[in-house]
Design a binder for this molecule. Structure first.
Ligand SMILES: Cc1cc2nc3c(=O)[nH]c(=O)nc-3n(C[C@H](O)[C@H](O)[C@H](O)COP(=O)(O)O)c2cc1C
Length: 410
């Protein structure tokens, strides 16, 4: 195993293929063949309803492995099947995914083998829904799909056309080549940052005015937390330095809680020393009170708040950059977003910069979603569509990996 590139040149990608009970399940046999042809090892999981549409024997023969059908296995066994399966797999792919499967995944139910595996699996998940257009357009399905997207599940949306039920519209399983490509990309992603040290900062900083009050900002920390979770899911060893937030730490990530810009600066400098990738997603306060009062300032006293600039952590990190390190900055802007972000990237010397327009409702601070513009390594602006913060994180890490592979930035 090459610890820096994350690539294991020998081992075949291992894919758990969940097949649920829609009419398109008959295509699962062809999908298994296509994945095996591409060099993947495939372990099928069939829901009880899927067995009405495709036989376990067909999938077992084509995959070369017995099909997993219930949480308890076909024989009493000393091991726990769903845990064995998730430990083995690089990616979980569900094709076709019924409306029912999307709902169970979105709500975290674990009442059959496939949904239990989903809940126990922390690697990349791809779902390819197929169903009647009215089911696909139903508000519940829409909400479930959005929810899964927010958690980092890749949803390959169905195509349009005539369906087996006689209706026409969106609901057909996409061509199998698309599912194969997503499945292989997901399996690769599960170890693409294997063993690499990634440091992420997140959230606001609070600069004390007195023991009771502070100067802060509206950053929720969600963007940085999403990047930390996505990097961890790609096999990275992640340190997350974060200001005061109301979020649960992502699984498997080392967290360093801080309060002030000064504390964040010290923690980031320390953590970045050994890091290959540094993402400065925190909204560090630009200014702090010149001096914090030791006692609570009373309403009766006239009071003027004097502010002094905080250190520029991103600029300091790029100035101290070690060879091979890729550094990503963020910019929260309210006007002239692209011009200001391009100038900021140049000034700070980072490799990539993501600019947020924090004046747009439903995007940026406190929101679940984000519409960002990437300023790439050459300073070109690339607007990305509105996406969940996890999707932004995945796309950003794809770009970081491209720089790492080219040996650029460093
Ligand atoms: C003939 C037939 C075809 C069906 N096709 C679909 C389909 O394409 N997509 C879907 O979401 N549900 C479809 N259903 C409904 C599902 O089988 C049903 O929701 C079932 O509970 C799904 O179970 P599972 O998700 O555990 O496999 C179909 C049902 C029948 C009887």
């Amino acid at each position: 195993m090459d610890a820096e590139s994350g690539a294991d040149p020998v081992r075949a990608p291992r894919i758990l293929l969940g097949v649920s009970g829609g009419i398109a399940a008959y295509k699962a046999a062809e999908l298994v063949r296509a994945l095996v042809r591409e060099g993947a090892e495939v372990q099928c999981i069939l829901t009880r309803r899927a067995e009405q549409f495709v036989t376990p024997l067909a999938l077992a023969t084509l995959s070369g492995r017995p099909v997993a059908r219930t949480e308890f296995g076909d024989e009493p066994a000393p091991t726990i099947l769903h845990i064995d399966l998730v430990r083995w797999a690089d990616a979980l792919v569900v094709a076709p995914a019924t409306g029912n499967v999307l709902a169970r995944f979105a709500r975290g139910l674990a009442d059959d083998l496939l949904s239990t595996v989903y809940l126990a699996f922390d690697g990349p998940v791809v779902v390819a829904p197929a169903m009647n257009p009215r089911m696909w357009d139903h508000e519940e399905t829409r909400e479930n799909v959005a929810r899964l997207g927010r958690r980092g599940v890749t949803v390959v949306p169905p195509g349009e056309g005539f369906l087996a039920c006689g209706d026409e519209g969106a609901g057909r399983l996409v061509p199998l080549e698309e599912i194969v490509a997503e499945a292989l990309a997901a399996a690769r992603r599960s170890s693409s940052l294997d063993g690499m040290h990634v440091v992420v900062s997140a959230g606001p900083t609070y600069e004390p005015i007195d023991p009771a009050r502070f100067v802060g900002n509206r950053s929720s920390g969600r963007m940085g937390f999403a990047i930390a979770a996505a990097a961890r899911a790609r096999g990275a060893q992640v340190t997350l330095v974060h200001g005061p937030v109301a979020l649960a730490p992502p699984w498997g990530v080392e967290t360093v809680p801080v309060r002030t810009a000064g504390e964040m600066r010290a923690a980031m400098r320390q953590a970045a020393r050994a890091a290959r990738v540094v993402v400065m997603a925190a909204a560090v306060a630009d200014h702090r009170p010149a001096a914090a009062a030791e006692r609570k300032i009373s309403r009766r006293e006239p009071y003027t708040l004097d502010l002094v600039p905080n250190p520029d952590i991103l600029a300091e990190l790029t100035a101290a950059r070690r060879a091979g390190q890729v550094i990503v900055g963020f910019a929260a802007e309210t006007h002239d977003v692209v011009e200001r972000a391009q100038a900021k990237k140049k000034r700070k010397g980072c490799d990539l910069l993501l600019a947020n327009d924090v004046s747009t409702p439903g995007s940026g601070f406190e929101a679940e979603d984000n519409r960002v513009t990437l300023i790439d390594e050459r300073g070109r602006a690339e607007p990305w569509p509105l996406m969940s913060k996890r999707q932004v994180a995945e796309r950003l890490l794809d770009r970081v990996e491209r720089l790492l592979a080219r040996g650029e930035g460093p």
